[in-house]
Design a protein around this ligand. Sequence first.
Ligand SMILES: Cc1cc2nc3c(=O)[nH]c(=O)nc-3n(C[C@H](O)[C@H](O)[C@H](O)COP(=O)(O)O)c2cc1C
Length: 293
Amino acid sequence: MIWASGWRLASAVSNAGGLGLLGSGSMYPEVLKEHIKKCKAATGKAFGVNVPLLYPDIDKHMAIIIEEKVSVVFTSAGNPKTWTKILKDNGIKVVHVVSSSKFALKAEDAGCDAVVAEGFEAGGHNGREETATMVLVPAVCKAVKVPVIAAGGIATGRQMLASMVLGAEGVQIGSRFVASDEASSHIKFKEAVINAGEGDTCLSLKQLTPVRLLKNNFFNQVQQAEQRCATIEELQQLLGKGRAKKGMFEGNMEEGELEIGQVSASIKSIQPAAAIINEIWNEFELLVQQPLK
Ligand SMILES: Cc1cc2nc3c(=O)[nH]c(=O)nc-3n(C[C@H](O)[C@H](O)[C@H](O)COP(=O)(O)O)c2cc1C
C-alpha cells in the first residue's frame, strides 16, 4: 500500500506469519532499495514487493527487485504480460491483482502463479466494473486454475473464513493494516480510519482511475467537478501532484487523497501488526472448528 507499507509494516507482517508486502508505488528506486535491505535485516521470513505496472520508473524498480532476489512480486494496474516472464525467469513468483474474471484469465495466460481477486469495496484503486468481493471471488475461482487470493472488505477471521468458503486460498488485507503501529501512514490518517463509519468512503475519480476514498474536502471538490461534467484535463489538474502523499503521509485530512476501504467502518483501534494477525488467525481457527450457524 502506497504511503503505508514500508519495511516496518512488511517485516512485522512477515514475522507474525503473514506475507508482508512493500508498497513500491510511493517509492523512488533508491528508496525501494533501502526498504528491501531494511526489510531483509528485520525479518528472516519471505516478504514481497507490490509494483503498480503503470509506475513511470518501473524498469529501475524491477532491476532492484531482481538484484535483491525478492522472492515474490505482486503486480497491479497494468498488463501482466509485460513483466511476468522476466520476473519468473529470475526465479521470482508473480501474483497479479485483478478486478474481473477476464483479467484473471489474462494473468493466468501471462504465467502468473496466483491472482488476487480484489473487490470494489477495497481501499485504493478499483476496477471499473465495480464488482464486489462476494461476487468476484467465486467467479474468478471458477475461471482460473491458479490459486486465488481474495481482497476487499476483509479485516477479521470471520471475513477470512467467508473468503475461503467462496473458494479463495488466501486473503490480502489492506485497510486493517493502515491502522497498525508499523504503517508509515500519518497518525491523523490512522485516526480517521478508526473513526470512519459506514458510508464514509466512496469510489471517486471514475473517469481517471477509479479509487476508493475517505470523504473529505478534496473528495467533495472531485464530486462537484464530476457533477458539472469536468473534462479529464480539469480533473487531472484538480488532482495535481502529490495528493496521496499530502493526505496519507503528511496528514492533511481535508486537502489530501485518503485511500481506504469500506471495511474501515469496522476497524476500531490502531494495533501492532502482530496483534492484528493473531486476532484474525484466532477468530478464523475458532470458527473453523464450530459447526456453521
Ligand atoms: C492506503 C492504501 C494504498 C494502497 N496501495 C496499493 C498499491 O500501491 N498497489 C496495489 O496493488 N494495491 C494497493 N492498495 C490495495 C491493497 O493492496 C488491498 O488490495 C486492499 O486494501 C484490500 O482491500 P481492503 O482495503 O478492504 O483490505 C492500497 C490500499 C490502501 C488502503
